[in-house]
Design a protein around this ligand. Structure first.
Ligand code: DGL
Length: 270
């Protein structure tokens, strides 16, 4: 059983981590579309077409049994299309609005995601369905995506840079109620959990940070169980491959981090 994890960059590693701890004996392949990155500033049509193209090439090269689209930006526009075109189960990622609404005590929730994700109709529907009783405030940031990529390449990240991106969420909301402050933030972009330490340090007051990793790991485990597939008793020997769409010097700088995550070999996707 091989699980393919796709993202526009390194963000999907946060989903991979959760899936891998739930299914430690599965084998994994990773794909980063570093050539077209970032997705969060591009049109829906461009992201949908590109996701379809790269996922088809990834599936052909890596032959996974199941594909996780570990990117909120791609999932919210391309999931239906991918499922109709690819002949393997496809799991997508959406912002964890539901668990956040259940966990918030004040009912004031922040959604931190890419600029296109926060505007998506799909996200609006999630909020209406699961967080109707909450006040959801949104902040779109592509800078945080870049900072996460920078960190993955070994760069130092200034807490002040993170603070500038999240500060708009940490204000008073007198329309909601006196002294009711934001207490929960949904990390609606898979890159953002890579910056969790910096986000915690930059937050003006402590909040709960909720990502989608565990929900995706449960969904993948459930699908594998339903399919009757049996996982081997231990993880397979040999290379887990991380595919990139462009092998360039910036991609090579990611190699040490990829190795830490268990991807010993990096190749350019044909
Ligand atoms: N990791 C992606 C997500 O979850 C987006 C990053 C990008 O803008 O490419 O939305």
């Amino acid at each position: 059983m091989r699980i393919g994890i796709f993202d526009s960059g390194v963000g999907g590693l946060t989903i991979y981590q959760a899936v891998r701890s739930a299914l430690p004996s599965a084998s994994f392949a990773y794909c980063s579309d570093n050539e077209f990155h970032p997705y969060g500033t591009k049109s829906d049509e461009a992201v949908a077409n590109r996701t379809l193209d790269v996922c088809a090439r990834f599936v052909a090269a890596a032959r996974p049994d199941l594909l996780v689209v570990a990117c909120n930006t791609a999932s919210t526009v391309a999931l239906a299309l991918l499922r109709s075109r690819l002949s393997l189960p496809v799991v997508g990622v959406v912002p964890a609005i539901k668990p956040a609404a259940a966990k918030s005590a004040t009912g004031v929730i922040g959604l931190l995601a890419t600029p296109v994700t926060i505007r998506r109709q799909y996200v609006e529907e999630l909020i209406q369905q699961f967080a109707g009783h909450c006040h959801v405030v949104r902040a779109g940031s592509s800078r945080l995506v870049e900072l996460a990529e920078e960190k993955a390449r070994g760069g130092d990240i200034a807490v002040a840079a993170i603070h500038a991106e999240i500060a708009p969420l940490f204000v008073e909301y007198p329309q909601v109620g006196k002294n009711l402050r934001l207490d929960t933030i949904v990390l609606g972009c898979t890159h953002f959990p890579l910056l969790l330490d910096e986000l915690r340090a930059a937050a003006p007051w402590p909040v709960q940070w909720i990502d989608s990793g565990n929900a995706i790991a449960s969904r993948v485990s459930q699908l594998i169980q339903e399919s009757g597939s049996r996982l081997p008793a231990s993880a397979p020997d040999g290379d887990s491959i991380a595919w990139v769409t462009r092998m360039d010097p910036a991609a090579s700088l990611l190699a040490p981090m990829m190795r830490r995550f268990g991807f010993n070999s990096m190749r350019q996707l044909p």
